[in-house]
Design a protein around this ligand. Structure first.
Ligand code: IPM
Ligand code: MG
Length: 343
């Protein structure tokens, strides 16, 4: 017998704990895992004054995988640069574990075509992956603030672009659409040059195209089926992945995996802590379940368990399961029960 995988659980804030509880239950049905739970984000600010303590970062480093709910809420919102923010915990965890590759698959479920604001014939057959650079760019550049001025520096090195480009080309089935703003930004011009070189030297068999981010935002709605892998820098990826989520009908459906070169990955839904519905028991747990599936596959090498979770979600949706974000009235616990029954 191999030892049970050790999973660090960070439920976080808002609906995070509400969707994490049934996810742990789901995982317990699939195998024997060791869970270690910690406060994170706003919950950690309340308890310890900081959103990510050294102890929690060390625990995450020791884990086989980290499962994360969501962070943030109005309680910790402030424009004062001196106040701790829950999101700093998320960024600190990504940076601390060197999770430079964020994978966000967008594959609408046929049962939910009607829930998308886009016409079914437009979204039919969409199966794309956003590969977002996660530890560089404007998120992590120097930040300055004086009484009448503020700045955020956007910086990328050749090595940072090379490694994320390789992730994208390796993930592609046919085409990589590299998204930048090379007509304006110097970082984008470097991005384009490096992606071109990695492509021609290492992945000439994959098709590549370079798309300006404004145009990509439009194409994503006009012809989502066109895309296979969308490779982009940190902030463009943040924005485009929220947009792409609506192809699936709800941001409550999108999972993600954040991976580094080695060490544990972090698996979390793309949606946030949804303070507007927190505490009401109506949050959609499906993106959290699908994030657990990504953890099983990418983090723990348990592909068949991952497939079991995905097919249970499929069957639940086919049987008509709809939480309020999808136009239905299923509660979090009701939805979870239906998925568990289909496992
Ligand atoms: C995401 C979120 C985070 C990001 C926030 C909460 C810092 O929007 O994971 O997409 O911008 O990366
Ligand atoms: Mg985002």
């Amino acid at each position: 017998m191999t030892r049970a995988a050790h999973i660090v659980i960070l439920p976080g804030d808002g609906i995070g704990p509400e969707i994490m509880a049934p996810t742990v239950e789901l995982l317990r049905r699939l195998g024997s895992f060791e869970f270690e739970e910690h406060r994170f984000g706003g919950a950690s600010i309340d308890a310890h004054g900081v959103p990510l303590t050294d102890e929690v970062l060390a625990a995450a480093r020791r884990a086989d995988a980290v499962l994360l709910g969501a962070v943030g809420g109005p309680r910790w919102e402030s424009t004062d640069p001196g106040r701790p923010r829950p999101e700093q915990g998320l960024l600190g965890l990504r940076k601390g574990l060197q999770l430079y590759a964020n994978l966000r698959p967008v594959k609408p479920f046929p049962a939910l075509y009607g829930a998308s604001p886009l016409r079914p014939e437009l979204i039919d057959g969409t199966d794309l992956l956003v590969v977002r650079e996660l530890t560089g760019g404007i998120y992590f550049g120097a930040k300055q603030r004086t009484a009448d001025r503020a700045s955020d520096v956007c910086e990328y090195t050749v090595a940072e672009i090379e490694r994320i480009a390789r992730t994208a080309f390796r993930s592609a089935r046919s085409r990589v659409s590299s998204v930048d703003k090379a007509n304006v930004l110097e970082t984008s011009r470097l991005w384009r040059e490096v992606v071109r070189r990695v492509h021609s030297q290492e992945f000439p068999q994959v098709e590549v195209e370079h798309v300006l981010v404004d145009n990509a935002a439009m194409q994503l709605l006009a012809a989502p089926r066109h895309f296979d892998v969308i490779l982009t820098e940190n902030m463009f990826g943040d924005i485009l992945s929220d947009e792409a989520a609506m192809i699936t009908g709800s941001i409550g459906m999108l999972p993600s995996a954040s991976l580094g070169a080695d060490g544990p990955g972090v698996f979390e839904p793309v949606h946030g802590s949804a303070p507007d519905i927190a505490g009401r028991g109506i949050a959609n747990p499906l993106a959290m379940f699908l994030s657990a599936a990504m953890m099983l596959e990418h983090g723990l090498g348990l592909a068949s368990e991952a497939a079991a979770v995905e097919s249970a979600v499929h069957r639940a949706l086919d049987a008509g399961l709809r939480t309020p974000d999808l136009g239905g009235d299923a509660s979090t616990s009701g939805a979870s029960r239906v998925v568990l029954d289909n496992l």
